[in-house]
Write a protein that binds this ligand. Structure first.
Ligand code: FAD
Length: 471
């Protein structure tokens, strides 16, 4: 082919990018394009934090491409209208892109296929975001897996592909038509949004540096440190996997190398634990593909009949971090301020919303999607349904986290709680997670009293689930 448009979507990088490397291999010239669309069109809520991260990553991509002699074409508007016109302007025979896995984005791709076909332009989609997708890993009976452990075993039995080569420098002699570029919307920091100072920086080079640093040491202690919010023991790669500023094959190659250098069995086991987390991501992606109904309701349909509370005051208190439970409040305030939340805390606040406040997991799922920099439909939905006990490989409904014992176990010195709940500064270490045990100090601190009592709510929650089981 003479000219191919590479349409960047959740793959904002020039290295290890399947569709981009295919375009470079099969076409004489590649036109890199980014289309900024209203979020509602792809079915995901985009809050200020994710938008800022995305725009920063696009800018970094533009610079990387410019260094390689390629000019990123930016257009704003509906992709199915823009792409056929742009293909005509550029004289392109095809548009290449990497697959997206959200049902709503896939329906849009069907519309784009017809729009391009009508214009005589091909549209090719490539598997890129995950190693194994859709129905590539099935049980012996030919069904999708709904339990993680056997899925991960099957996943590990397959070969892991190597990273794709980086886009090369454009041949100076290749003539590229001049194509207009639109200006991207203002980033939230440009309009004075308070978040941006605190959200993680975007871009491919940032992601590669995070990976390098993680694999140089922290990965060997990951098995232990990943559970403690105050330690920051994770890779922090999730926003990059979400925006595609790093390729999964690159991460796996880095992990494989690190595993080869592990000094002892414990360090090698930590590498394996990290691999399992990456497989969880693929597990939930295939769940979403094979059971798209999870985007609308419980994986176990009987749980759509749960009579959740509709207490909007409780929901507002949870969102704002004013429930009176320091670990929950610290986690929510951290989310609101940075667009990120530690995995252990996500489980604690999700359990608290569903099992203590008895509010629908879907309220929490939506709020997370709006706030998180790494908000991803498959992983978020999987995490919420796991916590609520309504999902595939879920915690059983009677396993209810106690927010105090979780806090005492995973934030033993209260370092995390103190960082995000400054009202608790005057509380001694043994009361940091139960400030209500010293009422005069609590009143002085201006920190709110508990909005519910865990032991009472736990019983109500069990009754709620049992009522559904009886029907
Ligand atoms: C209620 C709830 C909601 C969640 N929502 C999201 C979300 O919207 N987007 C998201 O990427 N993750 C989500 N997770 C999973 C997990 O919390 C984050 O992936 C993790 O905290 C990201 O930090 P990290 O990059 O340091 O992860 P690491 O611990 O370094 O793990 C490496 C990578 O593995 C993947 N991963 C790790 N744990 C999980 C998991 N349980 N499920 C799926 N993938 C995982 C992520 O891509 C992550 O970057 C959610 C979990 C829960 C309980």
């Amino acid at each position: 082919m003479k000219t191919v448009i590479h349409w960047f979507r959740r793959d904002l990088r020039v290295r290890d990018n399947v569709a981009l490397s295919e375009a470079a291999r099969r076409a004489e010239q590649v036109i890199p394009v980014f289309i900024f669309e209203a979020a509602s069109r792809t079915g995901t809520d985009v809050g200020a934090a994710r938008l800022a991260f995305l725009l920063q990553s696009v800018e970094s991509l533009r610079q990387e491409l410019a260094e390689l002699g390629h000019a990123l074409v930016i257009r704003c508007g509906p992709a199915e209208e823009i792409l056929p016109k742009l293909a005509k302007e550029a004289g392109a025979q095809a548009v290449f892109a990497n697959k997206r896995h959200e049902p709503c984005a896939q329906h849009r791709d069907e519309r784009i296929t017809s729009a391009l076909l009508n214009a005589g332009v091909g549209f090719e989609l490539f598997k890129d975001a995950v190693v194994w997708e859709e129905t590539e890993i099935l049980t012996q009976a030919g069904n999708p897996y709904t339990v993680f452990t056997p899925y991960s075993k099957a996943w590990k039995s397959k070969p892991i592909p190597s990273p794709r080569p980086k886009l090369t420098i454009r041949h100076p002699a290749s003539r590229i038509p001049h194509l207009r570029s639109d200006t991207l919307p203002a980033t939230p920091d440009e309009v004075g949004h308070p978040l941006l100072q605190k959200i993680p920086p975007g871009g491919e080079l940032v992601a590669l540096e995070l990976l390098r640093r993680f694999m140089a040491g922290p990965v060997y202690g990951y098995g232990m440190s990943r559970n403690f919010p105050a330690l920051d023991g994770g890779s922090n790669l999730s926003p990059h996997l979400r925006a595609g500023t790093i390729g999964i094959r690159t991460i796996l190659a880095g992990l494989n190398k690190a595993k080869g250098k592990a000094a002892n069995a414990e360090a090698a086991k930590s590498c394996e634990t990290f691999l399992n987390e990456l497989i969880w991501r693929e597990f939930y992606t295939q769940v979403l593909h094979n059971f798209p109904r999870v985007a609308q309701g419980a994986f176990r349909p009987e749980y759509d009949r749960l009579q959740w509370s509709e207490n909007h005051d409780h929901f507002a208190a949870w969102c704002a971090g004013r429930t009176g439970y320091p670990i929950v409040d610290g986690a929510m305030r951290c989310l609101n301020a940075t667009g990120t939340m530690h995995n252990r805390l996500r489980m604690i606040v999700a359990m608290f919303l569903t099992k203590d406040l008895l509010l629908s997991w879907q309220w929490g799922e939506r709020y997370f999607m709006q706030q998180l920099v790494d908000g991803d439909l498959a992983a978020n939905n999987g995490g919420w349904q796991w916590s609520a006990g309504t999902g595939t490989d879920a915690a059983p409904y009677f396993r209810i986290f106690n927010p105090v014992s979780q806090a005492e176990k995973f934030d033993p010195g209260g370092d995390f709680a103190r960082r995000w709940v400054p009202e608790l500064a005057g509380f001694p270490g043994d009361l940091i997670h139960q400030p209500w045990k010293n009422l005069p100090l609590l009143e002085k601190s201006k920190y709110p009293p508990r909005i519910v009592l865990h032991e009472e709510q736990r019983l109500k929650c069990l009754a709620l689930f049992k009522a559904v089981k009886k029907i």
